[in-house]
Design a protein around this ligand. Structure first.
Ligand code: DP6
Length: 324
């Protein structure tokens, strides 16, 4: 048996979104993206390769799962290490149960780190990011903490994330408003594929995301919260506009999502600075500064229950917790 390795990776929220692939097999994106790794939502994964196993095994939160995707991913690691051993993979998602925020980003970042280490590969962060990317694009960013840019590149070798500011000296907060925890209607993989192939606005998105990325990097360098918030909110709505313009069109908005966004706009009119973003699901994520957190949460809790409001700050990169 190989050593039994446990790794932890945190989820991340994109401020300039990844939405569309140039290469679907290798997961090479059409545009660079920029995210903030979060502290409160993470996945712990333990991997051990074992010659007595005749197939991979995978449990999530203690329950046996299908192994198709995991096996495809482990095959990449096995190939790198020239190994034919099957593995036992145990994952625990530390995301409040009703959050519906469980993310493939933390999952594949933790699996890339634990799996490669268990087979004796000592990958540097760049190669870990490339590996995590093969499981789920957004996972390549969860290798690092703080602000992270995924540089799209144009090949397996050149598409990976780089850290921009690993330790933030900026009190940013994200409030996830949990609208519901049901399975997403349209998985991001299928959604972005439809958009790339059918939205008449796709090339406008690629252009816009380039501009947003440059402006956001400048806002981060200058610690300009207003700019950061405006860019993130505008970029997210552009991504959702692609979905509305696809054939067939689709969207992730629910009545409660729209209510949450309107509320954020009202708070802004009242002088409380906050902005929203949304991913491939109905939950709304509100970005604000620590100094305004209490007032914003107080206002939001007039419309949403406390269990629906989850607060996170910037979090660290992926790490090994234990080798046994
Ligand atoms: C809307 O990384 O889940 O969250 O690469 O197909 O696994 P695959 O997609 P995934 O897409 C994330 C899309 C997003 C935006 C983002 O995180 O950048």
């Amino acid at each position: 048996k190989t050593p039994k390795v446990t790794a932890r990776a945190h989820t991340n929220i994109a401020l300039v979104k990844y939405w569309g692939k140039a290469d679907e097999e290798l997961i090479i994106p059409q545009n660079n993206s920029l995210s903030l790794t979060l502290d409160h939502f993470y996945t712990d994964t333990t991997v051990q390769f074992d010659p007595t196993l005749t197939a991979d095994q995978f449990t999530l939160n203690g329950q046996a799962q299908k192994t198709t995707k995991i096996t495809k991913f482990l095959d990449i690691i096995r190939q790198m290490a020239a190994s034919q051993l099957f593995a036992r993979v145990e994952s625990t998602n530390h995301v409040p149960t009703m959050a519906g925020l469980a993310s493939s980003a933390s999952a594949y970042a933790a699996l890339a780190l634990a799996g490669s280490k268990a087979l004796g590969l000592d990958l540097n962060s760049k190669d870990l990011s490339r590996l995590a990317r093969r499981g789920s694009g957004s996972a390549c960013r969860s290798i690092y903490g703080g602000f992270v840019e995924w540089q799209k590149g144009d090949s397996d070798q050149t598409s990976y994330a780089v850290p921009l500011v690993e330790n933030l000296d900026w009190d940013l907060k994200m409030i996830a408003i949990v609208v519901n925890d049901k399975q997403k209607k349209i998985a991001s993989r299928a959604g972005m594929q439809t958009v790339v192939h059918t939205s008449p606005y796709y090339s406008a998105w690629v252009k816009r995301s380039k501009e947003d990325l440059l402006a956001l990097k400048q806002a981060i360098a200058e610690k300009d919260f207003t700019q950061l918030g405006k860019i993130a909110e505008g970029n997210a709505m552009c991504m959702h506009a692609l979905n509305l313009s696809a054939t067939p069109h689709f969207n992730y908005f629910e009545a409660e999502s729209l209510k949450a966004m309107q509320l954020v706009e009202q708070l802004r009119d009242q002088g409380l600075e906050c902005y929203y973003t949304m991913d491939a699901g109905p939950n709304v994520k509100v970005i604000c500064q620590g100094k305004d957190l209490k007032a914003i949460v107080d206002s939001l809790s007039q419309e949403f229950s406390n269990e629906q409001l989850l607060v996170a700050s910037a979090g660290p990169g992926a790490e090994i917790l234990e080798i046994k």
